[in-house]
Ligand binder design. Structure first.
Ligand SMILES: N[C@@H](CCC(=O)N[C@@H](CS)C(=O)NCC(=O)O)C(=O)O
Length: 198
């Protein structure tokens, strides 16, 4: 059994947790909730989650790489085969990846630094970056299907994280098409059951 080390509210881990379910690999991947960053497996030199320990001494980190590996094992369910559709999905997934990093960077700046050492310039730069990403996702997901794929997994995971850690973004206000799409996605059990709890 492979072991996927996670924390319940991590948006990066959520991408993999959804991929495991969408690929039907629950019987091959055990989720292990970390007890803290001092307790990560030795196979994770970066000391970040998610990390997938495939077997003792052999592990993959980075949510994108872990998800691709699992999807390959499952025979490729999460990416379209049509080249044009593939590019469109990669665009969506890439914008969502940038947004996730931007949300996470701001969350770290706000929650892991005392007020005196917080950088207003970094917070502003990242808030502007996030705003541009919401706008683009609002265009890209306008009328989109509710298919489960790498792109939709990435977008749902970062919007769920934004609601928790960056509620001041109020992305729903300026992104009506994204709201309509996100609300439909959240009716799908694998998204509902992996949502952050706070
Ligand atoms: N690029 C990594 C980012 C993973 C990441 O930053 N995870 C956070 C938890 S949400 C973490 O482990 N943070 C610990 C740290 O920054 O030291 C990925 O895509 O998986």
């Amino acid at each position: 059994m492979m072991k996927l080390h996670i924390s319940g509210n991590s948006p990066y881990a959520r991408r993999v947790r959804v991929a495991v379910r969408a690929c039907g690999l629950e019987d091959q991947v055990e989720e292990v909730t970390i007890k803290g960053f001092d307790h990560l497996p030795s196979e994770s030199p970066g000391n970040k989650i998610p990390v997938l320990v495939v077997e003792p001494g052999l592990a993959i980190s980075e949510c994108l790489l872990i998800s691709r590996y699992l999807d390959d094992l499952a025979g490729g369910k999460l990416s379209p085969t049509d080249p044009r559709a593939q590019v469109k999905q990669l665009e969506i997934e890439s914008v969502a990846s940038v947004l996730m990093d931007s949300l996470f960077a701001r969350s770290m700046e706000k929650n892991q630094r005392d007020e005196a050492s917080r950088s207003v310039a970094v917070l502003k730069k990242e808030a502007d970056r996030s705003a541009r990403c919401y706008d683009r996702l609002n265009e890209l997901l306008d009328g989109a299907s509710t298919d489960i794929n790498f792109a939709s997994i990435a977008v749902v995971s970062c919007l769920g994280y934004a609601d928790w850690r960056n509620p001041e973004d109020d992305w729903r206000k300026s992104s009506p098409a994204l709201v309509a799409w996100f609300d439909k996605m959240m009716e799908i059990p694998l998204f509902a059951e992996t949502a952050p709890v706070y």
